[in-house]
Write a protein that binds this ligand. Sequence first.
Ligand code: SF4
Ligand code: SF4
Length: 174
Amino acid sequence: MQFIYQIIELTNPQLNILQKLAKDKQVENKKYFDKLKKKTPKNLDYIMQDLHDAEFKKTDCLSCANCCKTTGPLFTSADIERISKHLRQKPQQFIDQYLRIDEDNDYVLQKLPCTFLDTDNACFIYDVRPKACREFPHTDRKKFQQITNITLKNIPVCPAVYNIVEEMKRKLPL
Ligand code: SF4
Ligand code: SF4
């Protein structure tokens, strides 16, 4: 497969065109991930960890927060327990005030951008934030080949994921 690689800078004008860039690459990325699932390199976990670390060394999430503004996490029972305790609320109060149940029966935010996002893009509840926020964007997840559908969904949201996938195709041609 022939690819044209394009790494983007994490600036607002570039964030604005992320959705278009992601759309342009959608078919190419899907084909690449289909091949990855059939021909998974033995050392993929190490490759992904390196790609993830290299991208996040130069990524300043505080100048982006696009994930917090546009998607938001799901909240597990443990998340609800921990965060409501931190806010000195009963879990049910926290649920009633901030959460709703989505079509997959998961607790998600009632509103976006996330209620806990400050104007400087910091998270009010950073130390107790949901597991999904801590792990986002999952590009250092073991057995990455099993979560390529999630990655495809995250490419238009997260410029770091976009770049990691571009770099992945360059370093790991299939
Ligand atoms: S994880 Fe991605 S979308 Fe979220 S703030 Fe960092 S670069 Fe932006
Ligand atoms: S809880 Fe914090 S990290 Fe998670 S989406 Fe909200 S502001 Fe972002």
